[in-house]
Design a protein around this ligand. Sequence first.
Ligand code: XIL
Length: 421
Amino acid sequence: MRGSFSILCCTILLLSSISVKSQDNLRTYADKIGMNLGTCVFHNAYSTDQTYSKIVKQDFNTLVAENEMKPDALQANRGQFNFSRADEMVKFAKANNMKMRGHTLVWHSQAPGWLQNLKGQELMKAMKDHITGVLTHFKADNKTVIEWDVVNEAFHNDGTKGELRQSFWSNNFGGDFIDSAFVYAHKADPDILLFYNDYNTANVNAKSTAIYEKCKKMLDNGIPIHGIGFQSHQTLEEYTPAFMASVKENFDRFAKLGLKIAVTELDIRITTPTDQNELKKQADYYREFMEVALANPACRTFMIWGFTDKHSWVPGTFRGTDDALIYDKNFQPKPAYTSLLETLKAYKPDGVISNGKIQKNSFVTINKNSTTALFDLRGAKVGTYTVNSGNSPASYLPQSMASKTIITQNGKHTAVIQNQR
Ligand code: XIL
């Protein structure tokens, strides 16, 4: 009797912990608030390692290929595109109802040798062919890939005088290779969102300011750039209130230009050996990064560069540091996981859309018998909202906004965007 009672208790405990776990994950809450929350994944891991794949599917709604969509992976030999590994990822993403970021089209690193040896018109043609070939290929896939890092890491790291990094692109192209890349990309796929992506740029500093000036110029000149990616490979030591205030200020100034903001490769490395206090501090840092992202309506993409310390580029790249991600080497969630989960859970949507503009922290009144264009928080038009007397509030919503809410107060109608997807 006693034995069967304890078996029953165990079963109940087990079942309840399973059901809590399946609900309580990052993805559930990210989906609710329309956040593209993602991780990079590397070839095959999601099909060969079940624990890895289970966590990817459970916690994230967006993926980026760690290496498989880079120029050397897609076009190792001139004119011969190889999309097989990248396509496997797209298939996995699609099967699990996920989006992807494309990374990356133009970069000095992980570029095939043949490309690095070209000059002038030849290099220009090769750029155009690569961008056109890649975007045309992924465009066909029903927009699983929603946005691309068109140019990666083009600026000099100290950023003084707005200098570009010395590379075969800046040395051999013979024109503004950044502008050209965006023009070619927009031509190949006019619907896809195009980003400039770089590192050491999350806060206001000489490099992010040089990039800010460049983006401004591009927008003034009609170059089709839609977003800015902050890689955000961070260190625990730099984390202070002043640093976070600067990150917020930086996100805000780029958003004011009208650009979308993406945290594209966040990791927070710790000088080893790591202790519990450092893990707690790391959790706070992740939480504040997420809070800054959530507070900015232009930022709806938050990607971590991997999720488990078992597979991370950090220890091999930054000697003496490690433990930068949100699961440990045994796939156990770290304090940083919990802090992200709690932040997403606590988030209250405060974006309201009216006449194509996002109004933060306010409600918008729409007069009866008027029509208002509705945009999601990523800026895509999702339909129009017409208020007629006699309709129930829910019937005002276009199908694509079924999960969004209309609140009616005293006969006035207020559109509250709760889920931007
Ligand atoms: C890194 C990958 O994680 C490594 O596996 C690879 O060996 C080198 O590239 N900035 C970027 C990413 O834009 O593409 C880099 O990824 C990390 C830094």
